[in-house]
Design a protein around this ligand. Structure first.
Ligand SMILES: *Cc1c(COP(=O)(O)O)cnc(C)c1O
Length: 333
């Protein structure tokens, strides 16, 4: 019985990226900050149309969409959404039609992620002020009424299905720590729609990896929205249930620093500019203006304040986002 069930179980993961992504030391940045030993987990190198953290989630979404015999995929985000760009590429490789619901208006000259969405053949529905998946149901209904079989991915790809990508990422990461003889005290990363952090926390429990998962909040909680930690608790609970992990989570499992949001989501300030410039000049690595620039700026600030200790070993988890640099070219130099 069991054997048969195993044989017919559909694959949960569809290969889209290059894994494992490298775990490497940041020697010059560590020396410059006279601070902790810094490492970087290079999810900017997942490879799917310039890569990023969403590739890990999409391997599970695309498998699920194909298992359900969907013929098109719908998702949503900000105009410069990296999640939407990687979804467009994942759809192109599998022959699924891609519908993106993006905040803002159609630009005269598409650049950065929007340019790539269009090159990948995605259909873009512009939504003005809305950038968090409003309008997803409407597009889904409209496609169904045309006889299509749409598969909807929530904004940011943050639910239990997507978070599995980061549960598995922890296994990959733990193996690299062991092989390289690195003991990580903290892992710092940009946190925004919650699936990455929820997956890391669940994976950390599953693999008994004792480090602090320190999310840097990128977005403000808007009035009427569920508090961010509650949202992540829900995703983590659903993810544990999905993978059959018997454990519970509390708000203390989710550490998020919210004081670095500056002018708000997508508004690049001096914090981001300095972090991007330092990382480029000292390590030859590109960060992005919205997520990783802010998270790196926050980490540097916490090191300078002494809150992150000089004796620690800290891993910065690079979540990608590079293509947005071109859209922000004017403010970068
Ligand atoms: C989406 C994204 C994040 C945040 O991941 P969440 O799972 O939404 O919290 C961080 N960095 C980059 C570059 C992203 O595109």
């Amino acid at each position: 019985m069991n054997k048969l069930a195993l044989q017919v179980a559909p694959p949960r993961r569809y290969s889209l990226g290059n894994f494992p992504t490298p775990l490497m030391p940041l020697r010059r940045l560590s020396a410059h900050l006279k601070g902790p030993q810094l490492f970087m987990k290079r999810d900017d190198l997942t490879g799917l149309a310039f890569g990023g953290n969403k590739t890990r989630k999409l391997e599970f979404f695309i498998a699920d969409a194909l298992n359900q015999s969907a013929d098109c995929v719908i998702t949503a985000g900000a105009a410069q959404s990296n999640h939407c760009r990687q979804t467009a590429a994942a759809c192109a490789t599998t022959g699924l039609e891609c519908h993106l619901i993006l905040g803002g208006e159609a630009p005269n000259t598409p650049n950065g992620n929007v340019l790539i969405d269009l090159l990948m053949g995605a259909h873009i529905h512009w939504r003005g002020q809305d950038r968090k998946g409003q309008g997803l149901l409407e597009v889904e209904k409209s496609l169904r009424s045309q006889g299509r079989k749409p598969y909807s991915i929530p904004y940011g790809g943050s639910n239990a299905i997507g978070a599995q990508g980061f549960v598995e990422a922890v296994s990959e990461f733990r193996g690299q720590l062991t092989t390289q003889g690195v003991v990580a005290d903290r892992v710092v990363f940009a946190s925004s729609s919650g699936g990455t952090q929820a997956g890391l926390v669940v994976g950390g429990k599953l693999r008994r990896l004792n480090c602090e998962w320190l999310g840097i909040g990128i977005d403000k909680n808007e009035a009427g929205e569920k508090p961010y930690v509650e949202h992540m608790l829900e995703i983590a609970g659903d993810t544990a249930e999905l993978i059959g992990l018997q454990t519970s989570f509390s708000a203390r499992d989710f550490i998020v620093r919210n004081e670095f949001v500056g002018g708000g989501y997508g508004v690049m300030g001096e914090l981001e500019r300095e972090a991007i410039s330092l990382t480029a000049r000292l390590e030859g690595i590109l960060l992005d203006p919205v997520y990783t620039g802010r998270a790196m700026g926050a980490m540097i600030d916490l090191i300078r304040q002494g809150e992150i200790n000089k004796n620690e070993t800290v891993v910065f988890w690079h979540t990608g986002g590079g293509p947005a640099l071109f859209e922000y070219a004017q403010g970068l130099l």
